[in-house]
Design a protein around this ligand. Structure first.
Ligand code: FES
Length: 103
């Protein structure tokens, strides 16, 4: 399990114990933190949008062209936007802080 700091859409902070090997989307969805992940991680819905607060260089996988293309169509995109379905949970994410993007 990897501890990730999550702020939900109401601004409430949570300590999320995410299962290694899942995607971050699955961990957020299963914890009931307002991430729907409707497409199951197939890069077609954007309902797993998060804003990353504190990633260090190399901590997250790079943004693929397909992820960037979908992000470009979403509202409330910021430079720190990611699709959580594209981020595998590994121990390297320990201490990561994210905010669930607005609906
Ligand atoms: S779950 Fe649909 S784009 Fe991430």
């Amino acid at each position: 399990m990897t501890l990730i700091l999550v702020t939900d859409r109401d601004g409430t902070p949570h300590n999320l114990d995410a299962g290694d090997g899942d995607s971050l989307m699955v961990a957020l969805r299963d914890a009931g933190l307002s991430v729907e992940g409707i497409c199951g991680g197939n890069l077609s819905c954007g309902t797993c949008h998060i804003h990353v607060q504190n990633a260090t260089q190399g901590q997250l996988p790079p943004v693929s062209a397909d992820e960037a293309a979908l992000l470009a169509d979403l509202p409330d995109v910021v430079p720190q936007s990611r699709l959580s379905c594209q981020i595998p949970v590994t121990p390297a994410l320990a201490g990561l802080a994210i905010v669930v993007a607005p609906d």
